[in-house]
Structures are given as C-alpha cells and as structure tokens.
Design a protein around this ligand. Structure first.
Ligand code: NAD
Length: 480
C-alpha cells in the first residue's frame, strides 16, 4: 500500500461508506502490478440504498433554482482545481498515464463543470404563437429524473465529469458506477461536488460487478435515463436493456478513426499532431487516430517519421517526469494488444518498431508501427485501444473514402490537406460524428462530442449535452 493512494468507498445518500456486505475489490498500479488499495464492492442492498437516495435527491434538486445549481457547480470546479496535484497523483498511480496528462485531465474536468454550470442557467423553453386568441402555448424543459451512469477507466475523471455535470446542471440526480480499475480519482471528482454542498442523494457513487449493477439499475423504475461510455459490444447490450424498459439513452462507444494524409498535406504538421495523439494515454482513447491512410507520394517519409517518433518515445512509470507514455491500464489490454499484433503478423504484416510487451513487470507495451497490414487482420476491423499504428498507402480519393467509411464505427475522423476543396469534400464524405481537419480539435466541452453508426448516439459536448438530461414538456392554456 502507498501513503498517497486512498481506498475508495461508496457514496450513498450523503455518506461515504463501505459496502453493506463489507466486500472490496483490489486496485492495482499498472506500472508495478502491485496492489495499492481497494474499492468497496456494492451489491443489491447498496444499490437499493443508492436508488432510494437518488429518488429523494431528485425531489430536492429539481426544485433548486438554476442559479443555485450554478453556484454549487462553480464551487465544485474550484475545489477540483485546488486539489489537482493530489488527484492527478492518484490517477497516475491507478491508471498509469503520465502525471502531466493526469493533471491536464483534472484541470479540464474543472472547465467542464464550469461550462455545464453556465449551461444550467440557459436551459430556456419557448413560447409558441397560438392559433386562437387567449391561448398560451409554452415549451418547458424539465430534468429527466434519476440517471444511471457507467464510466470507464481510460479517463477516470473526464468520462465521469461529463455525465455528472450534465445531470447535475439539468436538475437530475445520478447514480454513477465508476471504473473499478481506477476508482479513487473518480471518487475524488465526486467529493468536489459533495464538498461544494450538493444536497444528499443528488450524486451517488457505486462500484462492483458492472453487469450486476447495470442489469439491476437500468430496468429499475426509479431510473429515467441511462448513459454509458465503453465498448460497442457492451453498449449494444445496455441500449437493448434500456430500450426494453423505455429509458432515455446516451451511448458513447468505441471508434476506429481514419486519419488521411492527402497529396497536398503539410506532412510535418500531420506527423507532429498524429503521432502525439496516437500514443496519448497509450492509445487508450476512443477518438485516437487508428488507421493511417497516407498518399503514396508521402508514404515512405510518413512511415519513417512515425517510426522514428515511436521508437524514441520515453515509456515508463507515469510518475517519472521523463515519461511520455505509461503502461496500459490493466492486464486485459496487454492480452488484447498482443493478440492484435500476432494476428496481423501471422497474416503478413511488417513490424517496423515495437510489437512486444516491454519488460516483465508492469503492463508496458512498446509503441508499435506496422505496415503491409492485410484488410482482414483484426486490427483493421476491431477497435485497437492501444499503442499500435497501422499505416497504409493510397492513391485515389474515392478509394480512401471507401476505406475510411468501411467499418461500422463512426466516432472521429481526421484529414490533412492544404486544399479547401479537398477539405470540404472529405468533411462531407466522412461517416463520422466528429471530423477534424489539419489539426486535432476534438473533445472541447463547448463542441458536440459523440458518434454515429456503431459508435453510439447522443452528444456529451456542446449545447446538445445538457439536452440529454432534459425532457421537453408542452403546456397549452386557454384563458377562462
Ligand atoms: P469491456 O468491454 O469489458 O468494458 C468496457 C467498459 O464497460 C468498462 O468500463 C466496464 O466496466 C464496462 N462494462 C463492461 N460490461 C458492462 C456491463 N455489463 N454493464 C455496465 N458496464 C459494463 O472492456 P475493457 O477490457 O474494460 O475495455 C476494452 C474495450 O472497451 C476497448 O477495446 C474499448 O473498445 C472499450 N472502451 C472504450 C472506451 C471509450 O472511451 N469509448 C473506454 C474504455 C474502454
């Protein structure tokens, strides 16, 4: 156990508490494979208590003025900022990402809370002109009700803060099932809301067996909205369950983002931005560029530049100042990435750098570049979610668009070109919820964030994000 890493409790009805049955789950530092602490493991009795708390929290919060919600949220954001070093340390210890990335994520979390706080004061309705004299037609926005939210381990704060802030801003209560692999930084985020004096029951936090929790909460009559971030496979199961019980749903699922470098691109800019974004968080990012499609004129130079960057990237413990890429977050990712690489190689791909687990302690994997990757290899079809970059040449616009849109994913897509005509054409052609051209401009809180096709539906950014937690009610009234 380390002094700086806290054990994590559940938060239900205003209290931090152990699970009713006293069960816990171990938390492992992915850089050392050591058990650094534990998290309380909720069972049905704890979930029942959380549901009851969310019901009573909702009754209070939905009647709290938007101005008061704003004030509480702004205070939560300030607390998060003031605790950044402590929280970022916790995040690096449990998740593995470099400390600077953990710090950036925490500070951006505060920006997200601030932004939703502002939005909470702007959830306007409207008046629709009536056809008859004496009739008033109003459209009002009301909070949807208690929310069940499920967030993953890759961004323990960023994934949770979008859901918690959206729900709280709209006047909902929430039960968050946080990530069991990285529980303490997520709990530290919630503590900022609680210490900002959010009423008891508005925000509740549980951990446990994901399927046990989702199968209990989603059908429950208290829950009115379901929001999930994670894999497409799990998202489809949860959306089906929510559909069977007619619950509002937001699904932020996996991606397999094409990154196209056209003939007239600034290759230096493309290389700089794409390499940095490929290996950020060891590639465990849903909007990470993952299929690199490079015009044949630049192919050799791009491959050389990418390989050079990858082979010189300092990989190590995230607490080491020199580290630019930490370990994968858990052992399942090591198995998955080894599987992708061996499958591609068995089908004829070439490894230019990396391809192996690094060392025999910690879940480190070498930054990897592969070429000549057959289209039927798994990495060209399944979300890689790791530090492996497959690079392919192309010569023809229509063919590269067909490849970009070939998969069922549609989360993010990238292109580099100096031509306004090509930029417009590719912006229109991508089947993707988000498109970024000549830079990496995705995931700012004021801009929409979400996918199409198998990458899900709904948005967790922009003005659409708070709408996800609001019902629209129409009231028409005639004078008596
Ligand atoms: P996984 O599919 O088992 O789990 C993904 C996430 O969903 C985890 O947070 C997990 O706790 C949760 N989950 C799993 N089953 C659930 C259920 N029945 N009910 C509620 N929540 C459930 O895989 P994993 O090994 O944890 O992660 C690997 C894959 O997950 C990656 O390949 C990637 O596609 C996806 N993923 C996506 C994101 C994202 O930001 N979209 C984040 C993390 C993981």
């Amino acid at each position: 156990m380390t002094d700086t890493y806290p054990n994590t409790q559940l938060h239900i009805a205003g209290d931090w508490k152990s699970a009713e049955a006293g069960e816990t789950i171990n938390v492992i530092n992915p850089a050392t494979e050591e058990v650094i602490g534990h998290v309380a493991h909720a069972r049905i009795a704890d979930l029942d208590a959380a549901l009851e708390a969310a019901e009573s929290g909702f009754k209070i919060w939905k009647k709290t003025s938007a101005n008061q919600r704003y004030k509480v949220m702004r205070k939560a954001a300030e607390l998060l900022r003031s605790r950044v070093d402590q929280i970022a340390t916790i995040m690096t210890l449990e998740q593995g990402k470099p400390f600077a990335e953990a710090k950036g994520e925490t500070l951006f979390g505060a920006e997200i809370i601030d932004w939703f706080a502002e939005e909470s004061r702007r959830t306007y309705g409207r008046v629709i002109p009536a056809r008859m004299d004496g009739v008033t037609q109003l459209v009002v926005k009301e909070p949807v009700g208690p929310v069940a939210a499920f967030t993953p381990w890759n961004f323990p704060i960023n994934q949770a803060v979008r859901k918690v802030s959206g729900a709280v801003a709209a006047g909902c209560s929430i039960i968050l099932k946080g990530p069991e692999e990285t529980p303490a930084s997520c709990a530290a985020l919630l503590k900022c809301f609680i210490d900002a004096e959010l009423p008891d029951g508005v925000v509740n936090l549980v951990y446990g067996i994901p399927s046990e929790i989702s199968e209990y909460l989603i059908p429950h009559q208290s829950i009115r909205k379901v929001t999930f971030t994670g894999s497409t496979a799990v998202g489809k199961q949860l959306a089906a369950l929510a559909g069977a019980h007619m619950k509002r749903v937001t699904m932020e699922l996996g991606g397999h983002s094409p990154a196209i470098v056209f003939e007239d691109a600034d290759v230096d800019v493309a290389l700089k931005v794409l390499t940095a974004n490929k290996f950020r968080n060891a590639g465990q990012v849903c909007v990470s560029p993952t299929r690199f499609l490079v015009h044949e004129k630049h192919y050799d130079r791009f491959v050389e530049g990418f390989t050079d960057f990858a082979s010189n990237l300092p990989v190590g413990d995230g607490m080491d100042q020199n580290t630019k890429m930490g370990p994968l977050a858990h052992d399942r990712r090591i198995d998955a990435i080894e599987g992708f690489v061996s499958d591609a190689v068995s089908k004829g791909a070439n490894i230019l750098t990396g391809g192996e687990r690094k060392g025999n302690k910690g879940y480190f994997f070498e930054p990897t570049v592969i070429t000549d990757v057959p289209m039927d290899s798994r990495i060209m079809n399944e979300e890689p979610f790791g530090p492996v970059a497959p690079i392919m040449p192309f010569s023809d616009f229509d063919a590269v668009v067909a490849e970009a849109n070939r998969l069922d994913y549609g989360l993010a897509a990238y292109a580099y070109t100096k031509s306004a005509k090509t930029a417009e054409a590719i912006g229109n052609a991508f089947e993707s919820g988000m498109v970024s051209i000549n830079h990496h401009g995705i995931a700012l809180i004021e801009t929409p964030f979400g996918g199409v096709k198998d990458s899900g539906y709904g948005s967790e950014g922009g003005s659409e994000a708070i709408d996800a937690y609001l019902n629209t009610k129409f009231i028409t009234q005639a004078g008596i």
